[in-house]
Design a protein around this ligand. Sequence first.
Ligand code: 2RA
Length: 317
Amino acid sequence: DGPSIAVVGVTGAVGQEFLQVLHDRDFPYRSIKMLASKRSAGKKQEFEGHEYVVEELTEGSFDDVDIALFSAGGSISKKFGPAAVNAGAIVVDNSSAFRMDKDIPLVVPEVNPEALNGIKVGNGKGALIANPNCSTIIALVAATPLHKAAKVKRMVVSTYQAASGAGAAAMAELEQQTREVLAGQPPTCNIFSQQYAFNIFSHNASVLENGYNEEEMKMVKETHKIWNDSSVKVTATCIRVPVMRAHAESINLQFESPLDEDTAREILQNAPGVVVIDDRERNRFPTPLEASNKDDVAVGRIRRDISQDGNWGMPVP
Ligand code: 2RA
């Protein structure tokens, strides 16, 4: 038994991750539909020992579907998400299409599960749930437990985002460029407009009038919505780095109430979805390679911001 599932955008990087997570978590489903564009329809998709044929996504794809996982871009979510909801499905949308819609819950299960209140799978009453941007999720899985303890006044985030955030083609381009550059050949730049291998650059999202790019503004706006508090001062700088998977972030938090380093570390060690890797002796802290293909957010370099202290935070002799 279990719910019937549809995966929309199944051939993309996130679509494949949907299947991986369903498998890893042994999710109980009674049936699964693999949906994609006309271009991918007919392709074979192996999953848990069965061979499925990818079907073309249509408005009628969601009859008898209980849960529809979408990651096929905002326009597809806008076009087909409501049809899935009307057919009674619970839609989990990975695109940015509905994230800032006031009537749509923007949810990180480890952070604000209460936003799902009233939504129930299988009762025939459809609903749409928006999944935040990946860089927002990572930041808030770590910052929210501290926010609940001492209320964040200001959050300054710098991200180091992997190729995976730009999709399977970007990951393939990074590998191709790395080979080309090592062979002394000019890099192939189809996905990004500049060399990515052995390079870093400001995130490829459009830059807005305020000088921030769309990725940075997603972090600001989504944090305010998820924390239901637009008084928190949030600023972000998002960078693309030549790493295949797993975004990294540097987060500086200023709190309304005092919070010492040891208390912060203890809170994080007990936080849902967080693993603390903070070994100063051995200089071992989280890395994208170790965090790849894992669901937890790895947190390290937990320390007091010495700009707040005399003597650079060092013990006074
Ligand atoms: C990125 N977070 O990394 C965005 C979208 N996945 O490009």
